[in-house]
Design a protein around this ligand. Structure first.
Ligand code: FBP
Length: 556
């Protein structure tokens, strides 16, 4: 018997044809709106981006008789870069781009820069072929060309990028990334315009974190699949907990700063406790307040003999506890430029050294944390200066603190239950999953949309597809100026132009839904929902549903 190198699902998915918006079928015409402003700091952003500021939002639609049709048939050479963390659907962005380019002119070529933005300046690239594209259609992962987090920021790097593009006759770059990577796209687009080198830059909104969105960008790709994978796992754990009735599961979920992933998973699986970092910050809660809240639910459930449950913890929680946020900012500044720190011998020396450098309040707080968390807070920052929150085990910290508090309550006769806790961290499990139909369709459309923006000579735009809660045929592709997303923020001790992250809106419908139901979900009646695995073939209501977040945010 020959055992195939691909699973039956992989083989089946290769022939899946992404559903297309009507606007991308047949001839396409472009509609431009009014000039735009940046999300904040208008004057400063305009000054920093004089060549790309204020462009209009663009919509693409199917051309009617008499419309001016978007058409360029001379061959285009385009380069694509996958930047930052993996997200399901990246391969479909590339296959959409490739198909769009080849449809426009068979001689057009797509170069993939290897290993992320560094591939561009190190001249590491591959010319993508039919075979490579066919192998990656509708698959998870970024392995077709790899990804990386190198930050392109110096004029020397930008000039190296121009050299390699000119060598390959590339006239447009498509950068698939999150807020940090697309901040770079915006800076690069402006630099290329200033230099008049004729290289266009188009961004694609990618991140499982779901925090790259605004009124025009409804969601980043990958969020749909990743949250469906995590929700399946949470549902399975809840069924196990409800069967054995003996463990409290503390589940940390990826999402870096924003809690969109945690919120979406809560809406899908209805756990007993959901922490939302943005709420913790808004209420100015301390770590002890968070622990009190968890303990209160555990104690109440124990009264009904329910010594089990689920707690969802967003990855970025620790940074949003106001006092810890201050501590982390101080640490970032201390570590940003500190050669002495790097000469210290071991973790103990490093922790002690840091205590002496912090303000008294932060130093006390730092000293009160377990040594494991102290160490994790000192790990290397990413190239954009962010703490790598995926490496901080907040769920274990909470278990430790909750156990101590419950033991104290037991001693006082105020708690009679049993507390046995297990910790989990779900992140990497979902980032390379086979994309859901939604992400497969959405990403393919994003790829095609970027070809239209390139053919129309646009630069400094993010390709977008809107109206996503409707069937794919009604989706509206277009482009949003990158400068529209920018504001000034404090980074590594300086004010820098960056894309503003979209955090969970505490006045938004998804959070309101959670707030209205969480007491019921915490209580005695089992209200768990078991979402099950992503389905690729079957009824529309099972296979093609967007996230709850998207529906709640956009249903009128
Ligand atoms: P992006 O913002 O680049 O999409 O990355 C998202 C993410 O998955 C975060 O949720 C997580 O904190 C981080 O990447 C982990 O990074 P790494 O892959 O470098 O461990």
């Amino acid at each position: 018997m020959i055992i195939s190198k691909k699973s039956p699902l992989q083989i089946a998915r290769q022939s899946y044809l992404p559903k297309l918006p009507l606007a991308l079928q047949g001839h396409v015409c472009l509609q431009a709106g009014q000039p735009t402003e940046s999300v904040a700091n208008n004057k400063e952003i305009r000054q920093l981006f004089p060549n790309t500021y204020g462009l209009p939002v663009i919509s693409l639609r199917q051309a009617k008789e008499g419309d001016y049709v978007l058409h360029t048939d001379h061959p285009l050479n385009v380069g694509v870069i996958l930047s930052g963390g993996q997200a399901p659907g990246g391969h479909n962005v590339i296959s959409g781009l490739y198909d769009g380019l080849k449809r426009q002119n068979e001689k057009s070529q797509l170069y993939g820069f290897l290993g992320g933005p560094s591939g561009l300046i190190e001249h590491k690239y591959v010319l993508l072929t039919d075979q490579m594209i066919d192998d990656c259609r509708n698959t998870g992962g970024f392995d077709i060309i790899g990804s990386g987090r190198t930050k392109l920021e110096t004029p020397e790097q930008f000039d190296q990028a121009i050299d390699v593009c000119q060598e390959l006759s590339i006239t447009a770059l498509v950068i698939v990334g999150g807020d940090d990577s697309n901040t770079n796209s915006c800076i690069l687009a402006e630099y290329f315009q200033q230099k008049g080198c004729g290289i266009q830059v188009i961004g694609i909104p990618k991140t499982i974190d779901g925090d790259l969105k605004n009124g025009e960008i409804e969601t980043s790709f990958g969020f749909d699949t990743a949250t469906k994978v995590y929700s399946e796992l949470i549902g399975n754990i809840q069924r196990d907990a409800n069967s054995s009735k003996k463990y409290w599961h503390f589940i940390r979920l990826m999402g870096r700063n924003a809690s969109h992933v945690t919120l979406e998973c809560a809406l899908q699986s209805q756990p007993n406790i959901t922490l939302i970092s943005e709420e913790v910050k808004a209420r100015n809660m301390t770590l002890n307040d968070v622990v009190d809240y968890i303990v209160s639910v555990i104690v109440e459930r124990a009264k009904a003999d329910l010594n089990f449950g689920t707690v969802l913890v967003p990855e970025g929680l620790i940074e949003f506890i106001p006092a810890i946020g201050v501590l982390i900012n101080e640490l970032n500044d201390i570590l940003a430029d500190n050669s002495e720190f790097n000469t210290l011998n071991d973790d103990d020396e490093r922790c002690e050294y840091i205590k002496g450098m912090l303000t008294p309040a932060s130093s006390d707080l730092y000293s009160s944390l377990p040594r494991s968390i102290q160490r994790q807070l000192l790990l290397d920052r990413d190239p954009h200066g962010n703490v790598m929150v995926s490496r901080i085990e907040t769920e274990k910290l909470l278990i430790e603190m909750v156990s101590k508090r419950l033991a104290k309550l037991k001693g006082e006769g105020k708690y009679k239950g049993k507390f046995s806790a297990l910790s989990h961290f779900f992140g990497y499990e979902g980032r390379c999953a086979i994309p859901s139909n939604f992400d497969a369709d959405y990403c393919y459309s994003l790829g095609l949309t970027s070809v239209h923006l390139i053919a129309a000579g646009k630069t400094g735009y993010m390709a977008v597809v809107r109206n996503l809660i409707e069937p794919a045929s009604e989706w509206i592709p277009g482009g949003v100026p990158l400068t529209m997303l920018m504001n000034l923020e404090h980074r590594n001790g300086k004010m820098k132009p960056v894309i503003q992250k979209a955090l969970v809106d505490l006045n938004g419908a998804p959070f309101h839904y959670l707030a209205a139901h969480r007491n019921e979900w915490a209580g005695e009646r089992t209200t768990y929902v078991y979402p099950g695995p992503i389905q690729y073939y079957g009824p529309v209501e099972v296979c093609d549903q967007p996230t709850r977040t998207l529906k709640l945010e956009h249903i009128k």
